[in-house]
Design a protein around this ligand. Structure first.
Ligand SMILES: Nc1nc2c(ncn2[C@@H]2O[C@H](COP(=O)(O)OP(=O)(O)OP(=O)(O)O)[C@@H](O)[C@H]2O)c(=O)[nH]1
Ligand SMILES: [Zn+2]
Length: 200
């Protein structure tokens, strides 16, 4: 069965965002998860897209351990200005789930980096599969896009799933003393393209 959009619900943000959105649900996604798309601004021929992986601690509670909260807000604002989609993907903890991510935080507090902690608990470095995201974009008619990311794996996986990524648009760097070690591990281990401030 081809993936189809299901409903689009108008969403007015309470505060913090200067935009309204259409929240889109889907039928037939291959992984059976409740992924969402936010349609923002007026998506044109080359919509700006962000694939945002769920991070309850950062997105909802503003945890300083990672950069997810500021990245989410930056993405909504930039996409609303350009026109496009924010895909909110239910891939908490790079695909290992919330409880497992919280287990890795206790190991990170004992000195392991974010990838070592995943492996110590028997998980892969990054278990995310973006084929459902490609299905969502195809159902939205967004098959040639500009992608907001610093993660080369997101670009490669979309291209493998027949989404033409025309331009890779970097996000801002949301570094702070609390998340610098985490961001540095991403750059060192996975070829993330962010340029971090020097550590003193
Ligand atoms: N396992 C694990 N997951 C984490 C940790 N910190 C953040 N995450 C998860 O990482 C994901 C966020 O990754 P993204 O914002 O897509 O970041 P990215 O892969 O660096 O890609 P871009 O931001 O697009 O460059 C979310 O699912 C978070 O829950 C951690 O220490 N351990
Ligand atoms: Zn996070």
């Amino acid at each position: 069965m081809p993936v189809r959009t299901r409903v689009t619900v108008p969403l007015r943000f309470a505060d913090g965002y200067q935009t309204d959105a259409g929240m889109v649900t889907f039928d037939g996604l291959s992984d059976g998860k409740e992924h969402l798309a936010l349609a923002l601004g007026t998506p044109g021929q080359f919509p700006l897209v962000r694939m945002h992986s769920e991070c309850l601690t950062g997105d909802v509670f503003g945890s300083q351990r990672c950069d997810c909260g500021p990245q989410l807000r930056e993405s909504v604002e930039r996409i609303a200005a350009h026109g496009g989609y924010l895909l909110y993907l239910r891939q908490e903890g790079r695909g290992i789930g919330l409880y497992n991510k919280l287990d890795t935080y206790t190991l990170q507090d004992a000195g392991l980096d974010t990838y070592q902690a995943n492996r110590a608990l028997g998980h892969g470095d990054d278990q995310r599969d973006y084929s459902a995201a490609a299905q969502m974009l195809t159902a939205l008619g967004a098959t040639t896009i500009d992608l907001l990311t610093n993660n080369p794996d997101k670009v490669a996986q979309l291209r493998q799933n027949r989404i033409a990524v025309r331009e890779v648009v970097p996000t801002a760097v949301h570094a702070s003393p609390a998340n610098l070690r985490y961001l540095a591990a991403k750059v060192a281990h996975t070829g993330h393209t962010i340029v971090l401030p020097a550590v003193h």
